[in-house]
Design a protein around this ligand. Structure first.
Ligand SMILES: Cc1cc2nc3c(=O)[nH]c(=O)nc-3n(C[C@H](O)[C@H](O)[C@H](O)COP(=O)(O)OP(=O)(O)OC[C@H]3O[C@@H](n4cnc5c(N)ncnc54)[C@H](O)[C@@H]3O)c2cc1C
Length: 472
């Protein structure tokens, strides 16, 4: 938007499409929208648009397309890669009013849900119908279904149930030119040409605005076991994982790893609660088993497997959740980790994946590579060990201030990603690209794949109005 007059002209047009009170322009109304989760990118949108239906989203996009106005879709704003940053002149399109009650179809075990519903409210609706939406992230109270699909989010249950892509059967999205792509089918089989649903999933607001989706639900597990274990090393965690896979197979729904430095960052956040294990382990694992049918023997088999692992020195200590409250308390600690790391200044972040077999080596080599750049840097990896995904985050060496530390991020990242690629890994496992990883995209992504992506972008958004600067 080049001038105040033009801006007023556009806001009047938007008001005509979605109602004046849903076009936010005052400093006070804009304030809650003008930041992104990482605090790394400016959000300077002159207005926030809050359409209340798919048709209104489509009308807004048609208007923006006609006038060449850049649009940044915004869900729960919990994304980790600056995807919701809106540089000067970009308008923010908030999906928060698209949040009708999710419609559960119990017989077909599906749910039709609006893009602006939080993941947590979708989980609750499934639970009320006796079904289970296993997609689970620490940010689920704020993250919205549209954002979760737009980023193809992962979380703690990917090991058994897959990531967002594996839950989505049908999708509805408004395209840049204002047409609505309606593909809200609830079929497990639908082999009718190019898979546009999967193109939109993970496109981070650059190909269309997701307005609704049909999600696949699962039976609610009836037997559950949770253990928190202390181990001597990441190598032991790998051995334990392989052992447990052999014993329990797909009953393992989560196998989360926490390094000792990451665990230490949690200490100030226990708020007087006793730690589940005595200090002093080099690594920790939080593991969940889930069985759909009644499985009265599961607890005993799990206890026996832990006793054997203890006798063989595979684990040093363990605590088993005796009931749902204890289970929730263990998971609550795990979910506090991202916030604890934020407070501890772990500002250089990597969301990488490597083959599971390479995890222990990657942790040792990644730490050494970062140390070579910045001696004393504190590596505090944690994450979804069972699917090879680590959040390998770093805090500054003692005495270094946060802004000097952040300035070293490109060197540290290049070193750590270099190790990751040597192990045939990925520089972005679940958070996506956003604005934070476009440099890595240009450097490491296959050039032919990049060309194809650009061609798709041009075909769907020829004027480049949808989240410019993100992904490509
Ligand atoms: C504490 C914490 C824990 C987290 N844990 C995990 C985790 O375990 N696994 C994981 O994968 N991620 C995790 N994340 C990252 C984040 O929560 C996910 O990426 C989530 O899916 C983002 O959803 P959102 O609604 O907040 O999206 P936003 O942050 O609002 O947007 C993310 C991107 O999607 C686009 N977008 C949003 N809505 C739409 C829409 N309707 N249509 C098209 N594009 C849209 C935006 O433009 C942006 O590019 C975590 C974040 C936090 C803060």
């Amino acid at each position: 938007m080049s001038s105040d007059t033009a801006f007023q002209h556009y806001t009047a047009a938007f008001a005509g499409l979605i109602g004046a009170r849903h076009v936010l322009t005052s400093a006070e109304a804009l304030a809650p929208y003008l930041s992104e989760e990482r605090g790394l990118y400016p959000v300077k949108a002159p207005c926030v648009l809050r359409p209340g239906s798919t048709d209104e989203v489509a009308a807004v996009l048609a208007c923006c397309n006609a006038h060449g106005i850049a649009v940044v879709p915004r869900g729960g704003n919990t994304g980790m890669v600056g995807g919701t940053a809106a540089p000067e002149g970009h308008v923010l399109l908030s999906l928060d009013r698209l949040a009708g009650a999710p419609q559960v179809d119990s017989v077909n075990a599906t749910m039709t849900v609006d893009a602006g519903c939080t993941l947590q409210s979708a989980q609750e609706a499934a639970r009320e119908a006796g079904l289970y939406l296993p997609l689970s992230l620490a940010s689920e109270g704020s993250a919205q279904i549209g954002g979760v699909l737009a980023t193809n989010a992962g979380g703690v249950n990917v090991l058994r149930y897959g990531n967002a892509r594996d839950f989505c059967l049908g999708i509805e999205a408004a395209l840049a030119d204002g047409r609505v792509l309606s593909d809200l089918n609830a079929l497990r089989k639908n082999n009718t040409g190019y898979d546009l649903r999967n193109l939109l999933i993970g496109s981070e607001g650059t190909l269309g605005v997701i307005t609704r989706a049909v999600l696949r639900l699962h039976p609610m597990p009836r037997s559950r076991q949770t253990a928190f274990m202390g181990l001597a090393s990441a190598g032991r965690a790998l051995e334990l994982y392989n052992r447990m896979r052999g014993l329990f197979g797909d009953q393992i729904s989560a196998f989360e790893f926490i390094s000792a430095p990451a665990w230490a960052m949690l200490a100030p956040h226990l708020h007087g609660r006793a730690a589940p294990l005595a200090e002093g382990h080099r690594a920790y694992v939080l593991m969940d088993l889930a069985s759909v049918g009644d499985d009265p023997g599961l607890e005993e088999r799990f206890q026996n497997s832990l006793a054997a692992a203890f006798d063989e020195g595979l684990i040093e200590d363990a605590t088993l959740a005796a009931n749902e409250t204890q289970r929730a308390a263990l998971w609550d600690l795990r979910e506090r980790l991202p916030e604890a790391q934020k407070h501890a200044g772990a500002d250089i972040k990597h969301d990488i994946s490597v083959p599971v077999s390479a995890l222990a080596d990657f942790i040792a080599e990644g730490q050494a590579a970062a140390e070579a750049v910045l001696p004393g840097i504190v590596g505090a990896p944690f994450g979804h060990f069972g699917d090879g995904n680590l959040h390998f985050n770093f805090a500054p060496p003692p005495g270094m201030n946060r802004s000097d530390f952040r300035a070293r991020a490109p060197e540290v990242t290049q070193a750590v990603v270099g190790v990751c690629l040597r192990h045939r890994g990925s520089f972005s496992a679940e958070h996506g690209i956003g604005r934070a990883k476009t440099g890595e995209m240009a450097r490491y992504k296959n050039p032919v794949a990049l060309d194809v992506m650009r061609a798709i972008k041009r075909a769907l958004d020829p004027k480049g109005i949808l989240n410019p600067g993100a992904v490509l």
